[in-house]
Design a protein around this ligand. Structure first.
Ligand code: ADP
Ligand code: MG
Length: 688
């Protein structure tokens, strides 16, 4: 049994490198014949005809039927990429963008980044002179609209995984509908795995009243075409638990083991909610395996989540060696956007992690929530791709039938809208509430967002972007609070330091996961810890990393995640270039941490909280919503509990924890945003 340094992958039995080399012995079908066996292949002509004759085509087809990997290739083969035009295919998830792009490059036998390329935030693997098919996140395409409002280089835009209803997908749909009116030659394909085709079609047909002036040029639009690709899924037998389970991680592990003991060959796909419970399940499975030779010789256990290092992702997609059983423990990323071959059994915990925003408390949280029936069906469907399969639902049938909601809530209706609002403003959409949304956002959340942007100085009294701060903030592809922090650092003479902090804040964690090495990790942190808090600590870490010559050994010794640190360097470079475009030349404050902290405060004043006077357990209250919060154990200020802090984000487990925390002088808060603190003053004055 091997355990990977990154704390992710556990192998049982032979290592996967021998697995992939042995795979060729079994003679897999050639890629060409594989392509022709996909369900969409039968519809190739129909798809091309519909795209030719309709402005918008809606394509519904089961996951794995070939929508994402095939349709862009059909379009290219039919000439839609001729004359320097580009076919775009958007995905809500970064990992899916990279995976499908490399798959399609492989199918076309071209080098990734040439004919087939991809773009995700901070990573552009395309060649403007050569790329014909471009996979990108919907967020990146939105950013492209800022520079090219009519997206003129694209001939066809395929908005994929539209059923996921991410915020960016929704905004994109609204904007594409507008763009299409100006560019009748542009073709849209909306593709999704579940049927909401009717409402999508209605959305593209109807036009909203009270439109802007551009509607005078309204081009009569054809009714969207709807095509349903018949799947080739096999029957999936559903098993329910008889009694509700109390611990779904434990229940998952027992179910996997009993499948392994009792069922014939076939891989297992498990749906859990996030990295923590995936790691926990893997740990439990490892322990069980230690106890039994029979299990350890037959199982290959692999995690799958979006922040997984590239090499570990590849393992998940490599064929299972004969005589082994692969168990992939995944977030809902494997629900529709990625296809795993060979899965026959699905274990569905019934939960997923979702962002939820409460506009009253102004708190946004990733919480574990029950999935919808639509998701449950998708998950089950993953078991029937190669032959009849089985799905084990860790909830009762009664619950599924009577209590589970039928579809999920669009992200737009459960998220903080600050980034969304600034983007729309930058795109010249002023009447945001009147925008043509596929699903309207809650007005309270909208108002909160406007308020924060106003306090940040990004919007003026008329809710228009301010010049230059608002326009500059919109230009930076990060949360407006981070953008504001960067812009302020320019005035405070510490942009060099703040760019580093911004880069670190935009990745999950620079430390290795604490499992099993908590004590060593804490000691390592102490070597860098700054009394001012995590932000300044990051600067110490970054400096150490540079001084080590960006050494992986140095990272290893200091319990730092080397991949993450390399990513920091990469993002920092991107941000440096963005800053330069805005006229910000990096300048160091040479150790003046007061300047650094003031710049952080200028962006994050809204996330201020104060230690409760008589709190013995480190309870803070947020200044804005009076919510109970605590410093996260991963922070260098954990147990230090300074009186006033500002945090970067909240995570909720048993409590609300503040991650990435910095001490602050309360007078800086009112200085940074006088209006904000006036309006939100509580009965007991905030600042004594
Ligand atoms: P859809 O978008 O309809 O869900 P895809 O186009 O993603 O379907 O996948 C179609 C088929 O291509 C899959 O069923 C699978 O056989 C194959 N495939 C897709 N991605 C990969 C991959 N990374 N590795 C191997 N095969 C893949
Ligand atoms: Mg797909």
């Amino acid at each position: 049994i091997l355990e990977d340094e990154e704390g992710g992958v556990v192998f049982f039995g032979p290592s996967l490198s021998s697995a992939s080399s042995s795979s060729s012995r079994f003679g897999y079908a050639s890629i060409g014949s594989q392509r022709q066996r996909l369900p969409v292949y039968k519809y190739r002509t129909a798809i091309l005809y519909l795209v030719e004759t309709h402005a918008t085509t809606i394509i519904v087809g089961e996951t794995g039927s070939g929508k994402t990997t095939q349709i862009p290739q059909y379009l290219k083969e039919a000439g839609w990429a001729d004359g320097g035009r580009v076919i775009a295919c958007t995905q809500p998830r970064r990992l899916a963008v990279q995976t499908v792009a490399s798959r399609v490059a492989e199918e076309m036998d071209v080098k990734l980044g040439e004919e087939v390329g991809y773009a995700i935030r901070f990573e552009d693997v395309t060649n403007p002179a050569a790329t014909m098919i471009k996979f990108l996140t919907d967020g990146v395409l939105l950013r492209e609209i800022m520079n090219d409002p009519l997206l003129t280089k694209y001939s066809v835009i395929m908005v994929d995984e539209a059923h996921e209803r991410s915020i960016s997908t929704d905004i994109l749909l609204g904007l594409l509908k507008k763009i299409q009116r100006r560019r009748p030659e542009l073709r849209l394909i909306i593709s999704s795995a579940t049927i909401e085709a009717k409402s999508m079609s209605d959305f593209f047909q109807t036009s909203k009243k009270h439109r802007g002036p551009e509607d005078h040029e309204f081009v009569p639009k054809k009714v969207p075409a709807i095509l349903s690709v018949e799947g080739r899924g096999f029957n999936v037998h559903i098993h329910y638990v008889v009694e509700p389970v109390s611990d779904y991680v434990q229940a998952t592990v027992s179910t996997v083991l009993s499948i392994h003991e009792q069922e014939p060959a076939g891989d297992i796909l498990v749906f859990l909610t996030g990295q923590d419970d995936i790691d926990a399940a893997i740990r439990l499975l490892t322990e069980e395996a230690h106890a039994s030779r029979k299990i350890s010789s037959g199982l290959i256990v692999l995690p799958l989540y979006s922040s997984l290092p590239r090499a570990d992702q590849d393992l998940v997609f490599s064929p299972t060696p004969r005589g082994k059983r692969k168990v992939v423990i995944s977030t809902n990323i494997a629900e529709t956007s990625l296809t795993l071959e060979g899965v026959v059994y699905v274990v569905d915990s019934g939960f997923s992690k979702q962002q939820f925003y409460n506009p009253i408390s102004d708190i946004e949280n990733l919480v574990v929530v029950p999935i919808s029936k639509a998701s449950a069906r998708q998950r089950a469907g993953r078991a029937g791709r190669v032959r009849p399969g089985k799905c084990y639902r860790l909830y009762t049938e009664e619950y599924f039938v009577n209590e589970m909601s039928s579809v999920g809530i669009p992200e737009m209706q459960r998220s903080k809208l600050v980034s969304c609002v600034i983007q729309l403003k930058a795109l010249g959409i002023d009447n945001i509430l009147g925008f043509d949304w596929p699903a309207s956002p809650p007005p309270e959340a909208m108002i909160r967002a406007l308020e924060v942007l106003y306090s940040l100085g990004v919007l003026d009294d008329d809710a228009k972007l301010t010049s230059p701060v608002g326009f500059q903030a919109a230009e930076i592809p990060l949360d407006p609070m981070i953008s504001k922090m960067i812009l302020s650092s320019n005035q405070l003479g510490c942009s060099d330091e703040i760019i580093t902090i911004a880069a670190v804040l935009s990745i999950q964690s620079i430390w290795v996961s604490g499992r099993g090495v908590q004590k060593e990790l804490d000691e390592a942190k102490l070597r860098f810890a700054a009394a001012e808090g995590d932000h300044v600590t990051f600067l110490n870490v970054y400096k150490g990393f540079l001084q080590s010559g960006k050494s992986s050994q140095w990272c290893h010794k200091n319990y730092m995640n080397y991949q993450a640190m390399k990513k920091v360097i990469e993002i920092r470079e991107q941000l440096r270039r963005t800053a330069l475009r805005l006229g910000i030349v990096l300048k160091s404050c040479e150790g003046d941490m007061l300047a650094v902290r003031k710049a952080v405060t200028a962006g994050f004043f809204a996330n201020a909280s104060r230690l409760e006077a008589f709190s013995h357990n480190g309870m803070y209250k947020t200044v804005r919503g009076s919510q109970e919060v605590y410093i996260h154990p991963s922070s260098v200020l954990f147990r230090v509990n300074p009186k006033w802090v500002i945090y970067h984000s909240l995570v909720s487990t048993d409590r609300q924890y503040m991650r990435n925390v910095m001490t602050v002088d309360p007078s800086w808060l009112t200085e940074a945003a006088p209006h904000f603190f006036q309006r939100h003053r509580r009965p007991d004055p905030i600042v004594h």
